[in-house]
Ligand binder design. Sequence first.
Ligand code: UDP
Ligand code: MG
Length: 308
Amino acid sequence: MSKLTVIIPSFNEEDNIENTAKTIGETLSGAGIEYDLLFVSDGSTDQTFDIVEKLSKADKRIGGIQFSRNFGKEAAIFAGLDYAKGDCVAVIDCDLQHPPATLVEMYRLWEEGYEVVEGIKSKRGRENPFYKLFCAIFYGIMSSLMKMDLNKTSDFKLLDRKVVEALLDLPERNTFFRALSFWAGFKSTSVTFDVAERKAGKSKWSFSGLVKYAISNTTSFTTAPLKAVFVLGVLLMVFSLVLGVETLVNYFLNIAADGFTTVILLLLIIGGCIMISLGIMGHYLARIYEEVKGRPRYIVSRTTSDED
Ligand code: UDP
Ligand code: MG
């Protein structure tokens, strides 16, 4: 019989682990699905991994790995894909914001032959308006670049083994899991789900964390900002041609304004554009630097099978 591996990225989720394992386990066995749970403790500093170890001793279907430090959710997901043994693999949040019942729905679609089952949020959960606006802008840009609606997508997905292998074959370190499953292609479908309230603990996102996430995902997925620099250059060029002609005409007509204001404004605008362009290029340079260094995506310090 085929097996489903459920990857659960967990960062300081000590209050959730036990309940999450129980809820997901009961839902899947209730539906007669053979499964194992893989908790990826993303450098948790609380009891998260100890609880996973305890559960693992009582139930062999539960296992986990612990990172040496916090490497981020993306790294946790990819570590999960690396370690997963199932014929299909699902990723679900540890706070039960993704309903486990949807896993069953996803699994049935996989049995019907779909290789990628995307979890689409029917509506976003309760979020503060500032966060919502930020997400809308970021996903608006990303969606138009990638020609798909990312705003409602999530990391909640089920992938066939073939897709997992394809994603693991990608050499890059800066990945964006949410969009990569679209990018990879394969026979896909989606299910919608309602985002539940977080069961316990707090969301791990800070505003600066989100900004970093947005920038890193944009630069890892598209070179559009670099092209925008070129467009900006062309616009400035046209602007300066018009202004240049006007200035020369005025000069020869002897009505040239002794305008300091214009000069200062121009200096500021062009200076600003140059700095932004350098910044954008700098980001890509940093990306290349990080990729070239070839450091691993994550470092595992412990796994639950260590003692066996
Ligand atoms: N998470 C993680 N590493 C991190 C941050 C979060 O593995 O650095 C996990 C977290 O434990 C949870 C999931 O990613 O299972 C989603 O995180 P969270 O609930 O904080 O985000 P939100 O639901 O608010 O977007
Ligand atoms: Mg959450």
